[in-house]
Structure formats: structure tokens, C-alpha cells
Design a protein around this ligand. Structure first.
Ligand SMILES: [Zn+2]
Ligand SMILES: [Zn+2]
Length: 95
């Protein structure tokens, strides 16, 4: 009896038993064929886990947008303050 080299790696796609598995989903460890595996940010994912990862990534970018908006508002306030004092100084010079 010959032992397989990689006994933990299944050789058939989880969704397509007739297709050879070329990758394993990093999240759920399902064997995936070329059609089922998606390379996302350098890792192989099945469709289900890809959707979950995309939702998480969307939340992350939403948080970043909030930070950006806060910084932009603060910057605008700073510019307005500087402008007001500058205009005030210019007016004091004129009067
Ligand atoms: Zn998966
Ligand atoms: Zn497949």
C-alpha cells in the first residue's frame, strides 16, 4: 500500500466532484477548483468566504471614510479660523 504524499489535501473540488481541486479556501478549508477559487489579496477564498471578507472590508473602509470626514472638517475649521484672524488683522490695518 502506497501512502499519499499529502493526505490532508483532498483532490476534488467541494462543489464539483468531477473537477480537480487546485486550491483550498483559507477560511473554511474547502477544496476548490479553478472556477470556484478566487484569489483575493493574495489568498484563495471560496465564494461564501469571499462575500464575508468583502463585507468586512467594506466596514473597514466605511470607518476610514468617517475618520477622513472628521479630519477634513477639522481642517476646514482651522482654515476658517486662520482666515478670520487674517481678515481681522487686515481690517484693523485699514481702519
Ligand atoms: Zn471558504
Ligand atoms: Zn468547483
Amino acid at each position: 500500500m502506497r501512502l499519499p504524499l499529502r493526505p490532508t489535501v483532498p483532490h476534488r473540488c467541494f462543489n464539483h466532484p468531477d473537477r480537480p481541486a487546485l486550491a483550498i479556501c483559507v477560511d473554511c478549508r474547502k477544496p476548490l477548483c479553478q472556477g470556484c477559487s478566487t484569489l483575493w489579496e493574495g489568498i484563495h477564498c471560496c465564494v461564501d468566504c469571499l462575500a464575508k471578507r468583502r463585507a468586512t472590508a467594506g466596514e473597514r473602509s466605511g470607518g476610514l471614510r468617517l475618520v477622513f470626514l472628521t479630519v477634513a472638517t477639522l481642517a476646514l475649521l482651522a482654515v476658517a479660523t486662520i482666515l478670520r484672524s487674517w481678515i481681522g488683522a487686515a481690517l484693523a490695518e485699514v481702519l
